[in-house]
Design a binder for this molecule. Structure first.
Ligand SMILES: Cc1cc2nc3c(=O)[nH]c(=O)nc-3n(C[C@H](O)[C@H](O)[C@H](O)COP(=O)(O)O)c2cc1C
Length: 181
C-alpha cells in the first residue's frame, strides 16, 4: 500500500497559530524558550485538559518535560512575524525569545505573550507516539481577549481571518464548543 500523504492532507486543514513556552533552570539562571505550534487541541472541560504534539528529540519538548509545566498563547493576526521567528530552530530563535513582549505567567512562570489569549498548564500525561510526543496539560489558569482577527495556518502559509459577522453569529445550541463563543 502506498503510504498516505498525511502532510498533503493536513496542509488543507486550517488551524490557529500558537506559541508554546517553557523554560529550563540552569546554574546561570532561568532560560526561557518559546516555539510556534499549531497542534493545540481541546480534550476535556471538566477537568480542563488540552494537548500539544511535539517532534521527538525537540529541545523545546525536553525543557517542557523537565519543567513539568508550560504556557500556550494563541496568536492574533498581527503576530505573523512572531510566528515566523519562533518557528526557527535553536539557537536562531533565542534572540527572538529574548525580545518578546511577554510576561512570566502567574501559575507556571512560563512566558505569556501580550495581546494573546492564553492557557497555563501542568503536565498531566505524556504519550510517545510514532515520531512525536503528545503532552496532555491540566489547565491551571487561562485568559482571553475579545474577538480580534485571528492568525490562521493553511496550505503552508499564514492567513488572517476577520469576523465581519461577529454581531450576527448564531449558535445551534449549547455544547462543548458553544460555550466558547
Ligand atoms: C505554523 C507552524 C506550526 C507548528 N507546529 C508545531 C507543532 O505543533 N509541534 C512541533 O513539534 N513543531 C511545530 N512546528 C515546527 C517548530 O516550530 C519548529 O520546527 C521549531 O524549530 C522546533 O524547535 P525544536 O527543535 O526545539 O523542537 C510548527 C511550525 C509552524 C510554522
Amino acid at each position: 500500500m502506498t503510504p498516505p500523504d498525511l502532510r498533503g492532507v493536513m496542509r488543507t486543514f486550517a488551524t490557529g497559530v500558537c506559541v508554546a513556552s517553557a523554560y529550563r533552570d540552569t546554574p546561570g539562571g532561568r532560560r526561557h524558550d518559546a516555539m510556534t505550534v499549531n497542534s493545540l487541541g481541546s480534550i476535556s472541560l471538566d477537568p480542563p485538559l488540552i494537548c500539544l504534539s511535539f517532534r521527538r528529540g525537540s529541545g523545546f519538548l525536553g525543557d517542557l518535560l523537565a519543567a513539568g509545566c508550560w504556557a500556550v498563547s494563541i496568536l492574533p493576526a498581527g503576530e505573523r512575524e512572531t510566528a515566523r521567528r519562533l518557528a526557527m530552530p535553536l539557537p536562531a530563535r533565542a534572540t527572538h525569545v529574548a525580545g518578546l513582549h511577554a510576561r512570566p505567567g502567574a501559575a507556571t512562570g512560563a512566558l505569556v505573550l501580550a495581546g494573546a489569549s492564553w492557557l497555563e498548564c501542568g503536565l498531566r500525561q505524556r504519550f510517545d507516539l510514532g515520531d512525536h510526543t503528545l503532552v496532555i496539560g491540566q489547565v491551571l489558569t487561562a485568559g482571553h481577549h475579545a474577538r480580534s482577527p485571528a492568525l490562521v495556518f493553511l496550505h503552508g502559509g499564514y492567513h488572517t481571518v476577520d469576523d465581519p459577522q461577529a454581531a450576527t453569529v448564531h449558535l445551534s445550541g449549547p455544547g462543548h464548543w458553544g460555550e466558547y463563543c
